[in-house]
Design a protein around this ligand. Structure first.
Ligand code: GUN
Length: 283
């Protein structure tokens, strides 16, 4: 059996159509949703991410502004900018691109962003609300993962989901969202014994470990839904996921490609969060 490919690009395009429609309706009512992105320094990958976020905002009709700050910007000045954005009525979402230069404490900056405008879902109050199942702005990549699983037509409830990787931005929140959908969740990480054995029990397998092509067919239950969150740059310059796609697709029922799987969903979920924040703020 060869797996059906889950096109994150296609799902993302579908969601974007409905976001753009809602943004247009709000704009007509005089409330144009706005996202402010803050980039400190010149990290090349961050520059690409920020440009893509700006492009998506414009395509979908959001007000977009990017604050590009010098790498030597002080923490105090960055916090002052965040405070200013928190107070502005025309800004619904604030995203400070990570990583920040070493002299700035990321936690202090994340904690300073207004909970209502934290479209990354990284603020401890939003993380706490996710844990206890209250309404919060969900972190973008995990929200995108759940959306992709649902689009396969899979009923998550009662399924055994195995999450490989326990990062704060993917593994942990994905496991919480899967539990919220009534999956039985097993977490695996670098110290897990018998990882392949556990992984082979997964009806739904989510991989976010940051190791190129680590998960091959021997980790996959026949027919499983395999979601690859990995994005690794090989020496050849090519992008590779954490899943050995060619091997795993011979066993899986559904699989995401890299690129074109989870990646496009992350920015779309950011746009969705900005719209949600705008609707909550303006009723
Ligand atoms: N850097 C890499 N991914 C992300 C993300 O999702 N949010 C922010 N703020 N920075 C990032």
């Amino acid at each position: 059996m060869t797996a059906a490919i889950i096109s994150g690009k296609q799902v993302s395009d579908e969601i974007r159509i409905s976001i753009a429609r809602e943004v247009a309706e709000l704009t007509e009512r005089g409330v144009k949703p706005g996202l402010a992105v803050v980039l400190v320094g010149e990290d090349p990958a961050s520059q690409v991410y920020v440009r893509n976020k700006e492009k998506s905002c414009i395509e979908l009709g959001f007000h977009s502004e990017v604050h590009r700050l010098d790498a030597a910007t002080s923490q105090e000045d960055l916090l002052a900018l965040v405070a200013d954005l928190n107070g502005r009525d025309d800004i619904d979402g604030i995203l400070v691109q990570l990583p920040l230069p070493k002299h700035i404490e990321e936690k202090a900056v994340i904690n300073a962003i207004s909970v209502e405008k934290d479209v990354d879902g990284f603020h401890p109050v939003n993380v706490g609300n996710l844990v206890i199942g209250d309404d919060s702005l969900l972190p973008c990549t995990p929200a995108g993962v759940i959306e992709l699983i649902k689009r396969t037509g899979t009923d998550i409830s009662g399924k055994h989901a195995v999450v490989i990787g326990r990062s704060n931005i993917v593994g942990k929140p994905v496991s919480l969202l899967l539990q919220r959908e009534n999956a039985t969740v097993t977490m695996c990480h670098s110290r897990t014994a018998n990882m392949a054995e556990l992984s082979r029990q997964a009806d739904i397998l989510v991989v976010a470990i940051g190791r190129a092509n680590f998960i091959d067919a021997s980790f996959v239950k026949p027919g499983a839904v395999v979601i690859d969150v990995g994005m690794n740059r090989l020496d050849t310059g090519k992008l590779a996921g954490d899943v050995d796609y060619e091997s795993a697709r011979e066993v899986a029922g559904f699989i995401t490609p890299v690129p074109g799987g989870v990646g496009p969903m992350t920015i779309t979920m950011l746009m969705s969060n900005t719209l949600i924040a705008a609707k909550r703020r303006h009723g």
